[in-house]
Ligand binder design. Structure first.
Ligand SMILES: *[C@@H]1O[C@H](CO)[C@@H](O)[C@H](O)[C@H]1NC(C)=O
Ligand SMILES: *[C@@H]1O[C@H](CO)[C@@H](O)[C@H](O)[C@H]1NC(C)=O
Ligand SMILES: *[C@@H]1O[C@H](CO)[C@@H](O)[C@H](O)[C@H]1NC(C)=O
Ligand SMILES: *[C@@H]1O[C@H](CO)[C@@H](O)[C@H](O)[C@H]1NC(C)=O
Ligand SMILES: *[C@@H]1O[C@H](CO)[C@@H](O)[C@H](O)[C@H]1NC(C)=O
Ligand SMILES: [Ca+2]
Length: 527
């Protein structure tokens, strides 16, 4: 079987499908060897791998059992939802089953019996895996599409959410946004989040059932109407910032904000015809494997890329152990048509095990020490294996040795610290009076003035004399007639006679204090 696979790989023309294979066994002048290509898994029906959650609790109909009507037949309310009867229940899983012979199975909400309180429901789809959308998201509503809804997405397994598209029969009224159509977007606005009125207007509940998130129309901006020019799309996906991420999701959420009304007004006397019913949610996409895998399998409840190119991780987002002689990189669609694998590499064979943790891709042999050492370590690392942090940096304890963020700058305050080095937890060594991890604070009784200086005066330690008052612990404000740092000296200009007399009783103390102060004040008195 393996032989056959190898043979097939060898024989299959590359043109069969773009980026379909990760490697092939080729014969060159130097003999046969593997050649590597950028590769990606096939697109799949992602609804088969999804976990769904519907909020709030109690929004699914049937507990207690409830009757409902339809817009077509508002006074013949014979339909019943009963969660305890499998034939009459409408649980969330019916949005993802395969429909037999046209008989729609659907999730259904409770009716709008609490009107005018809004009827709100969230349907959250989670994959626990990054997915790249390759076709439209299509949501099918039985009994009418919502008049207001919103699509949100997450890229980090539901930790943060972002608007993806707004839907309303009146965008201005519902979201204060002008109505736009995806078809009217241009190459520079292909990843714009917009509000559309195309899927919310009443057209009879049987006729128009679908709400779309138009992936194809956005692709067509680059690839042309029939998506014939995929090369152009792939080129743009590599070069336009944020474009790839725009089509990438780990989770999707439909926020249903107002049901179909079947007319302009809500008929209060018959609220049993207002509810949501979703029969299908189609999401077509491929696992995001960073162009390092062409297979994605469902294992232990989650999708996982089968990584090639000596990469590993759920998305092939890092290099395998012992293949870290250069930093990990995603594969690239460019140059066309086969792209670049950007494979992780084992340390060069010439230098047995020169491990640089991905911070250098060069090793050198130092003759007189008889060691092989990494050259030009990047990411602020140093050492034979780039395993230490440069001076002025410290080890990031939450990062692996091969992480680009492994070394964090000490950032010692230049004035407050002795030097720009810090200890293993990022603490700098402070000069006298300074404190704090970066030495940018002062100890009590010191104040900051381009460094920490002791207080000149305060209410406890050093009092201003002769009725002077302490100003911001920095200087004494002296009463008329006195001067000096502590107001210890009387002014004599007014009455020369006094100056000829003996110094005041406090003279000797003042002199001592002045001496102490002079030491501390040198730094700022003349500033
Ligand atoms: C739906 O989700 C949004 C966040 O995406 C949240 O603010 C809102 O309260 C949720 N609504 C319901 C009905 O759970
Ligand atoms: C998500 O996927 C990861 C990696 O496959 C797995 O370790 C984790 O248990 C999964 N989490 C959930 C909630 O399924
Ligand atoms: C990955 O490592 C294996 C050895 O385990 C090697 O044979 C193969 O060529 C490597 N692949 C790439 C793409 O470097
Ligand atoms: C430490 O490393 C982690 C993991 O890479 C990173 O998320 C974090 O930002 C790093 N911390 C700093 C301060 O750079
Ligand atoms: C770093 O210095 C701080 C403050 O002096 C100290 O609390 C901490 O224990 C030191 N860390 C190490 C690893 O020495
Ligand atoms: Ca169904």
């Amino acid at each position: 079987m393996l032989h056959l696979a190898a043979l097939l790989l060898h024989c299959l023309p590359l043109a069969m499908g773009q980026y379909d294979i990760c490697k092939s066994w080729v014969t060159t002048d130097d003999g046969p060897s593997w050649e590597f290509y950028a590769c990606q898994p096939k697109a799949m029906r992602m609804k088969d791998y999804v976990t769904v959650r519907v909020d709030p609790a109690g929004i699914t109909c049937g507990d207690p059992p409830e009757r409902f009507c339809t817009h077509e037949n508002p006074y013949l309310c014979s339909d019943e939802c009963d969660a305890s009867n499998p034939d009459l229940a409408h649980p969330p899983k019916l949005m993802f089953d395969s429909e037999d012979e046209g008989l729609a199975t659907y999730w259904q909400s409770v009716t709008w019996r609490r009107y005018p309180e809004p009827l709100l429901a969230n349907i959250t789809l989670s994959w626990n895996k990054s997915i790249e959308l390759t076709d439209d998201i299509v949501i099918t509503f039985e009994y009418g599409r919502p008049t207001i809804m919103m699509l949100e997405k997450s890229l980090d397994n539901g930790r943060t959410w972002h608007p993806y598209q707004y839907y309303a029969d009146d965008c201005m009224e519902a979201f204060s946004m002008p109505a736009r159509r995806v078809r009217d977007l241009s190459t520079t606005s292909a990843n714009r989040v917009l509000c559309t009125e195309e899927y919310s207007r009443w057209a009879g509940s049987k006729k128009e059932k679908t709400v779309r998130f138009e992936v194809r129309d956005r692709f067509a901006i680059f690839a042309g109407p029939d998506l014939k020019n995929m090369d152009n799309l792939y080129t743009r996906l590599e070069s336009a910032k944020g474009l790839k991420d725009f089509f990438t999701v780990t989770d999707l959420r439909m926020r249903l904000l107002r049901p179909a009304l079947g007319g302009t007004y809500v008929q209060r006397e018959n609220l049993y015809k207002y509810f949501y019913a979703v029969s299908n949610i189609e999401v077509t996409g491929r696992c995001k494997c960073n162009l390092h895998a062409n297979l994605c399998t469902f294992k232990e409840g989650s999708l996982q890329c089968e990584c090639e190119h000596n990469t590993t991780g759920q998305d092939c987002g890092k290099c395998k152990k012992n293949f870290r002689s250069r930093s990990w990189r995603a594969g690239s669609y460019l140059p066309l048509p086969n792209g670049s694998p950007n494979a992780c590499a084992a340390p060069g064979s010439a230098y047995g095990n020169c491990e640089c943790y991905g911070h250098s891709n060069r090793c050198s042999y130092i003759d007189f020490l008889n060691v092989v050492t990494c050259v030009s370590c990047k990411h602020n690392t140093r050492g034979q294996h780039c395993q230490h942090c440069r001076l002025g940096f410290y080890r990031n304890s939450s990062a692996e040795l091969d992480d680009e963020n492994v070394c964090i700058e000490c950032n010692c305050n230049q004035i407050g610290s002795m030097h720009d080095r810090c200890n293993e937890t990022g603490y700098c060594e402070c000069k006298e009076g300074a404190t704090g991890p970066k030495c940018d604070d002062c100890l009590p009784n010191y104040y900051w003035r381009q460094g920490c200086f002791p207080n000149v005066c305060d209410d406890e330690l050093l009092l201003c004399q002769n009725g002077g008052t302490c100003y911001q612990n920095q200087r004494c404000i002296c009463p008329v007639g006195f001067k000096g740092v502590l107001c210890q000296q009387s002014r004599c200009e007014a009455d020369k006679k006094d100056c000829d007399g003996a110094p005041s009783a406090h003279g000797s103390l003042s002199t001592v204090l002045l001496g102490v102060l002079a030491l501390h004040l040198r730094g700022w008195v003349d500033l």
